[in-house]
Write a protein of this length. Structure first.
Length: 128
């Protein structure tokens, strides 16, 4: 059974129960990770309406600054590959595990992970 089918059949599972406000999708924000709903629909071979629904249901995008939906290409890849564990980790804010980093690398954004690690280390050093 696919990831999407599991979520429709089992709405009480952990991802479907996650509130949109708790999702860390596209946080920290870098526009290179995101794409428009239209671009995401084209990549996935789905309708724009379906893509908007997926943004809400699977937390693969967010409205940045109250504007239109921005879809995470990383999260979309996880959903399309039925990788529930990676998507759950990503939505929880994980940007360091092998499963999550691999998706950033696949779309040519490994430099974001490195930059975020350095920024986090600098902040940590300042607070100790």
């Amino acid at each position: 059974m696919t990831f999407a089918a599991q979520h429709r059949i089992h709405p009480a599972n952990r991802m479907a129960g996650t509130t949109r406000g708790a999702s860390r999708c596209l946080i920290p924000f870098d526009r290179r990770e995101g794409c428009s709903v239209e671009e995401a629909a084209e990549l996935a071979g789905k309708s724009i309406r379906t893509m908007r629904m997926w943004c809400e249901q699977y937390h693969i995008g967010r409205r940045v600054g109250g504007g239109p939906w921005v879809v995470s290409r990383v999260a979309l890849g996880m959903l399309l590959e039925d990788d529930a564990a990676a998507l759950e980790a990503y939505c929880a804010g994980d940007r360091q595990s092998f499963a999550v980093v691999g998706y950033f690398e696949r779309i040519g954004l490994a430099d974001l992970i490195s930059r975020w690690r350095h920024a986090g280390a600098a902040i940590s050093a300042m607070t100790t």
